[in-house]
Design a binder for this molecule. Structure first.
Ligand code: ADP
Ligand code: MG
Length: 229
């Protein structure tokens, strides 16, 4: 019994330390990402260098992803606070982060946002979900790729809807069945943690997530979030 307690105390301590480090690493990383993105937009650089900037951005995102996982594992409740949130603003932030990368891949990233009621949620969780979905979509598209995020609300049902739509490679039956299994990935350097994290976070936000996908046609993720009075 005493050993158990020590063990959980130790785990808690490691968790707190990890969360502390994670924050310290994330802040400078955000600055680095911002500047790299800025450089990447300059028309003075060659296409080759533009590609390199893309790689740097992707690697920074990977580190960020791992840090998010660490923070979630360390102590989800202390990191996440509920805030009155305009979901469209969160989406605009995601669009800003990923538009350049979609364009690098010769695709388009557009928003179709309807006015939404505010929701009181842990904003970071939604941000993380949308980031994971957009990343998957942009990895799934090729030339003439199109990524759309749509929002609308049904006031009578007190729900808001977010659709992340791509016309990328889509998924076959087998992939769809396996979706949400930890570490399931069809990518060479995938982690297979994105979708399962989305499922968990959406559940924590008391929402639902639905997937429609057709091989070689595209994929649509539909998130429903409740609007509470
Ligand atoms: P990872 O992206 O690291 O592979 P994820 O959990 O994010 O892990 O996704 C798991 C798998 O689901 C992907 O490897 C891919 O096969 C499939 N997938 C997810 N989103 C899409 C999408 N928008 N289009 C096509 N396949 C997708
Ligand atoms: Mg992914």
């Amino acid at each position: 019994m005493e050993n158990e307690l020590n063990r959980s105390e130790k785990l808690q301590m490691v968790g707190q330390l990890a969360a502390g480090f994670a924050h310290e690493i994330r802040n400078p990383l955000t600055t680095i990402r911002g500047f790299i993105q800025l450089f990447g937009r300059s028309n003075k650089i060659s296409d080759e260098h533009r590609d390199h900037y893309g790689v740097i951005l992707k690697e920074i995102d990977r580190v960020n992803e791992i840090i998010s996982e660490l923070l979630n594992m360390a102590n989800p409740n202390s990191v996440m606070v509920k805030e009155e949130t305009d979901v469209n603003e969160v989406i605009k932030g995601i669009h800003f982060l990923y538009q350049t990368e979609v364009e690098w891949r010769r695709g388009q990233f557009t928003l179709e946002l309807e006015k939404l009621p505010l929701v009181v949620i842990e904003r970071n969780k939604l941000h993380q979900v949308l980031m994971n979905l957009v990343k998957n979509s942009l990895e799934a598209i090729s030339v003439d790729g199109h990524l759309i995020i749509k929002t609308y609300s049904l006031p009578e049902e007190k729900k808001i809807f977010i659709k992340v739509i791509d016309n990328g490679e889509g998924m076959d039956e087998r992939t769809l069945e396996k979706l949400g299994t930890p570490f399931f990935t069809t990518k060479e350097s995938g982690t297979g943690l994105g979708i399962i994290t989305c499922f968990r976070l959406i559940e924590e936000l008391k929402g639902t997530i639905e997937i429609e996908s057709e091989k070689n046609e595209g994929t649509t993720f539909t998130i429903q979030l409740p609007v509470e009075e």
